[in-house]
Design a binder for this molecule. Structure first.
Ligand SMILES: Cc1cc2nc3c(=O)[nH]c(=O)nc-3n(C[C@H](O)[C@H](O)[C@H](O)COP(=O)(O)OP(=O)(O)OC[C@H]3O[C@@H](n4cnc5c(N)ncnc54)[C@H](O)[C@@H]3O)c2cc1C
Length: 472
């Protein structure tokens, strides 16, 4: 008899797990993928209009992490791999009413070239001096890092950045950068969970500047990779590899329960029994499904998940032809807005998608994508899409100059409570979470609440979960 495996949630996590199970274990396992919506992909969604390829969720993955690219290649998408235009990579920070470029050769808030920092209008003399002094503090920083080695000691991203580069860099660079990726607050986000490579660098070199300078001798490929026809193609190809009968769209799972020899999965259409279950739903749903299971370990695991997920709101504007005499869009990948202005609707970031990747827009056209997060996204979400688009456009005008009243294509996408916040202590809580679940046979959890929100991490975790479900 084949093992019956239920996967709950058809985002990139659930889909990857379903694909691996079907690829490697179709002789021994039967899979059913339950998805609440009438489409697969979850936050991954590409729309096309007027020659534009518009990403509503993720626009790319970090090239350095190999797992998403490996999956794409395996699905026959090697010819689709598209690298970011790194020769034009430049990110701006809204600063004193204009857009100031982040100095070249920065990795997040860490520079490799200190002369670029000295020349930057973004920092005061005091902040530049803190940057200049960081390499000289290497020994002190390294000793502090080693003192905590092997312990669960964690600190906030803000505290970590301040220790190296001071308050101003934390506010001007780290705060908007981390908010742009995780939609969260650096005072609460975990350094160990989100800045792993820098934590290792600190333990080795003390100074992050020295650590990065030593690493940057290796030739680097483009920082971001995507697919030429959009990330929706990854979803389509995963779906095509699955038997149509195993995909249950518009079929939200309402309850999970234990059976003497497995698990019951309940939807509005009925109750079915399975030998194994993988939950790959958004944080709130995962928490609810776990909390209602009749096991204290599952209920305890639910309490160890991130306590909160922030919302995201994306508004994309596609212009076939912009009057360059009015709108002044600088060369680069986009800009970030330090969170400080206490406005109800503060814009967090804008990506110049036509510049970040080739072929996202017809020749001479412009594709801008704005991003609102957290309370700004929640407050805006009460408005109509056309009001939201007007507000987003007004923000852009403030930074870029006049834009037409209407774009040729406008897309508004709401992603409520989609960005789990990995707060201080997250990794230790995840270790406890795993320990709690280890006693539930044939029951696993994947998804962006656990060990990474980026596509490569999710593909890696879902692949591991699929193998574990089939083998154990
Ligand atoms: C605006 C935005 C931009 C991003 N940009 C990037 C980026 O550029 N690069 C990057 O790597 N990452 C990015 N991310 C993060 C990344 O997109 C997500 O972390 C990832 O797509 C989450 O995948 P998932 O499968 O874990 O969850 P989801 O995509 O949330 O999928 C979960 C699925 O479960 C379904 N579901 C919910 N409830 C039930 C139920 N009861 N029963 C059955 N199914 C259910 C949902 O409908 C959904 O399809 C971005 C995120 C956002 C919000």
């Amino acid at each position: 008899m084949k093992k019956r495996i239920a996967i709950v949630g058809g985002g990139i996590s659930g889909l990857t797990a379903a694909y691996i199970l079907h690829r490697d274990y179709s002789e021994t396992c039967d899979i059913s993928l339950f998805e609440a919506e009438n489409r697969l992909g979850g936050i991954v969604e590409t729309v096309y209009g007027d020659g534009f390829t518009i990403e509503c969720g993720p626009d790319s993955w970090v090239t350095e992490k190999p797992w998403a690219e490996q999956l794409a290649r395996e699905l026959g998408l090697a010819d689709e791999l598209l690298r970011s235009n790194d020769h034009a990579r430049r990110t701006y920070i809204a600063h004193g009413g204009s857009l100031a470029p982040l100095p070249d050769a920065m990795r997040m808030m860490v520079p490799t070239d200190l002369s670029a920092i000295l020349a930057s209008p973004l920092f005061t003399e005091a902040a530049k001096q803190v940057y200049m002094g960081e390499p000289a503090r290497a020994e002190e920083l390294r000793e502090a890092a080693l003192a905590n080695r092997g312990s669960d000691m964690d600190e906030s991203v803000a505290a970590f950045v301040r220790r190296h580069f001071g308050e101003e860099v934390a506010e001007t660079v780290a705060r908007p950068l981390l908010a742009g990726i995780f939609g969260g607050d650096i005072e609460r986000l975990s350094a160990r969970a989100l800045l792993g490579p820098f934590i290792s660098m600190e333990a080795r070199h003390g100074s992050l500047i020295i650590g990065l300078q030593q690493r940057s001798h290796a030739p680097r490929s483009s920082v971001f990779t995507t697919l030429s026809s959009g990330l929706g193609t990854l979803v389509d190809h995963l779906q095509q590899r699955l038997p149509t009968t195993s995909v249950r769209l518009s079929n939200p799972v309402t309850t999970l329960d234990s059976l003497p020899t497995g698990w019951a999965v309940e939807t509005t259409r009925g109750r079915e029994s399975f030998d194994r279950v993988l939950i790959a739903t958004p944080l709130d749903i995962t928490r609810r499904l776990l909390a209602r299971l009749p096991f204290t370990q599952a209920q305890q695991a639910a309490t160890l998940l991130p306590s909160h997920a922030n919302s995201g709101l994306v508004v994309a504007f596609a212009y076939r032809r912009l009057d360059k005499a009015t709108a002044a869009i600088p060369n680069g990948f986009g800009f970030l807005v330090p969170a400080a202005p206490v406005s109800d609707h503060s814009l967090l970031a804008c990506t110049f998608l036509d510049q970040k990747f080739p072929n996202r827009a017809p020749e001479g056209a412009t594709l801008l994508r704005t991003f609102f997060a957290s309370s700004a996204a929640d407050r805006l979400s009460c408005r109509s899409d056309s009001e939201i688009a007007t507000i987003a456009r007004d923000h852009l005008v403030g930074f870029l100059g006049p834009l037409p009243q209407r774009a040729d294509v406008t897309i508004v996408r709401h992603w409520p409570r989609s960005l789990p916040q990995y707060e201080v202590g997250h990794l230790a809580r995840m270790a406890q979470f795993d320990a709690c679940l280890s006693s539930l046979h044939g029951f696993l959890v994947a998804g962006n609440a656990l060990r990474g929100v980026g596509l490569p991490d999710l593909v890696r975790d879902a692949t591991q979960a699929a193998h574990a479900l089939a083998r154990n």
